[in-house]
Ligand binder design. Sequence first.
Ligand code: ZN
Length: 233
Amino acid sequence: MSTDTNNTLVLFSGGQDSTTCLAWALERYAHIETVGFDYGQRHSIEMDCRPRVLDAMRESNPDWANRLGEDHVIDLGVLGEISDTSLTSDAEIRMNENGLPNTFVPGRNLIFLTFAAAVAYRRGIKIIVAGVCETDYSGYPDCRNDTMQAMQNALTLGMDEPFVIETPLMWIDKAETWAMTEDLGGKALVDIIVEETHTCYLGERGKRHDWGYGCGTCPSCELRRNGWNAYTG
Ligand code: ZN
């Protein structure tokens, strides 16, 4: 097994942010693998989008096709069982008393990164790419840069491997994410993000907007739409 530091594992959900991160990694590293988590989301649309996005990325760029390796899907159904949130049940999306939206799945990114590192360890990969962002998210504490730094240290200590967590979207907003998409893959990649990725919390894919599919009103659609309008405006 090669332990080339150019090998990278991208946390890939099939959404806008992780697809942008995947393109970012494909432009930088020689070999990229992807990992996704099935955790009892209230809809399976993101999981359905993943292979279509990967196929579209391969078709859009022969270099990317050569660099894109294995896709790992991990069943984390237990996460849905232990968390009572509007992402894993039919509860209405609202703000909790602690100021966090009830879309927050406690510790989700910590668990994802731990499992991703376990996959990376086995595959001889040291670099893990995550599409977390502190700029215009809903204040999820497990998206913060400090959390990522702490996780990197914990994984490095706990597995005795020098893991690096890369977070290309950490300090940019959604408009800048759209612009980054265009820088990385031109209009073809913007089209893949619009047509194939999924971000809507409600799993709505009936209506096609300029910025893609979604209900248009949930917090996630709102962010994506506002970012698109700022990027195209
Ligand atoms: Zn929505």
